[in-house]
Design a protein around this ligand. Structure first.
Ligand code: SF4
Length: 394
């Protein structure tokens, strides 16, 4: 059950009419069919019957993280069993081994935040010749883009300052940073209590800086991490507004919380949303977020792909034919051929996209560095999607 809220909290927090209206919709599952139909109509007008995904290799350079989000299935402190940081050499070996063989187009670099806040990591980086984690990252990214045929990095390493984004930008197709939930209650007394960089103002500042630096960026929400219905409504409104204001936002992920089998952390108020709750929220995102911004849900974390597609998403995010989802290791991605068949049976067509969306590919002079542009332009069709002759399968 989602936490509900009383009128006192509404008064104290001074919530706007729009938040109250949206939370009333989120509480009313009898609206689901109507909202799904509306969301689908909006999606179909712009994206037609095409559902996209990105063919990726997941490269988790390190799971060491300054934060301790209570629902996390991935992050570790340096002394915890299973904590690691890859040497640049082993990272590049993985890329070289799989990139061509599996026709990979996206190298997803997703890591813990600020690992060099720890002395152990700092010392290791120094031994390899780096003064900071960002310096290590930039060097690996530089080497990756020089080695790969077509694959380009999408980087999600947590909050970064503007000058750090600037240093990384030449080597990436796009960046990622989830807003998760716009709520300071979760910071004070919830699963973000020990996660300083999860404060909403940091996440917003990051997105604003990506926009200033003309760097395409993905963001989104996690559903079921102890937020109440007003938090969900507020997050939706903030994200929709940011998409209005910031051209750099390419995609909103609506991702359900799922419990991990191996995590030592315990979040007692986290709860996976029901399919109906998730569908309703996805539909509202499609209705409220500008149509140029994709709505995505990860197919390994939802138990009914078609129901979520029918709720208005147009993208299934990154799917790897070779590496697991290290963030949610107990949840394997479905085979690409299975998704293709399933979608076809329901009148949709699966197409491969790059980790940068067609809108930005078309405006590459503004959004892409020369190195990235040279990898992107030879393999896209006139829609900005991967030309079918370069697509891969399972
Ligand atoms: S969810 Fe991300 S930021 Fe939070 S502990 Fe895990 S890796 Fe760190």
């Amino acid at each position: 059950m989602m936490r509900t809220t009383g009128t006192e909290e509404m008064k104290i927090t001074g919530l706007s009419d729009k938040i109250l209206y949206l939370s009333s919709l989120l509480n009313n599952l009898s609206m689901l069919n109507e909202l799904q139909n509306r969301a689908r109509m909006i999606r179909d007008r712009y994206y037609g019957n095409i559902i996209t995904y990105s063919r990726k290799l997941f490269l988790p350079l390190t799971n060491i993280c300054i934060n301790s989000c209570l629902y996390c299935n991935f992050g570790k402190r340096p002394h915890e069993a299973g904590a690691f940081i890859m040497s640049p050499r082993s990272a590049l070996e993985i890329v070289e081994k799989y990139e061509r063989k599996f026709r990979i187009k996206e190298i997803l670099i997703c890591t813990g935040e600020r690992p060099d806040a720890y002395r152990e990591v700092k010392d290791k980086l120094k031994e390899w010749g780096y003064r900071s984690y960002v310096e290590y990252l930039v060097d690996i990214l530089d080497k990756i883009v020089r080695k790969t045929t077509y694959a380009i990095p999408h980087v999600n390493v947590g909050y970064l300052e503007k000058e750090e984004i600037e240093a990384i930008r030449p080597f990436v197709a796009s960046l990622g940073l989830m807003i998760e939930v716009v709520s300071y209650t979760l910071m004070r007394n919830g699963p973000h209590k020990y996660s300083p960089t999860k404060a909403p103002h940091y996440r917003i500042k990051f997105l604003v800086n990506c926009n200033k630096l003309r760097t395409p960026v993905t963001t989104g929400t996690i559903v079921g991490i102890c937020e109440n219905v007003l938090d969900r409504a507020r997050t939706l409104i903030v994200l929709a507004k940011l998409c209005d204001l910031l051209d750099a936002i390419q995609e909103i992920i609506v991702q359900p919380y799922v419990p991990g089998e191996s995590s030592s952390r315990r979040c007692i108020c986290c709860l996976t949303p029901t399919l109906e709750e998730l569908s309703l929220l996805v539909s509202l995102y499609r209705i409220y977020v500008p149509i140029k911004v994709s709505i995505q849900s990860p197919p390994n974390l939802i138990n009914n792909i078609i129901r979520i597609v029918e709720s208005g998403i147009n993208d299934l995010g990154g799917i790897s034919p070779v590496t697991p989802d290290y963030i949610n290791i107990s949840y394997p991605w479905p085979k690409i051929s299975y998704i293709r068949r399933l979608l076809r049976e329901h009148g949709y067509m699966l197409r491969e996209r790059l980790p940068v969306y067609p809108r930005f590919v078309k405006e590459y002079k503004i959004w892409l560095s020369d190195i990235i542009r040279d990898k992107v332009l030879p393999i896209v069709d006139d829609q900005g999607l991967v030309d079918p002759k370069y697509e891969g399968e399972d």
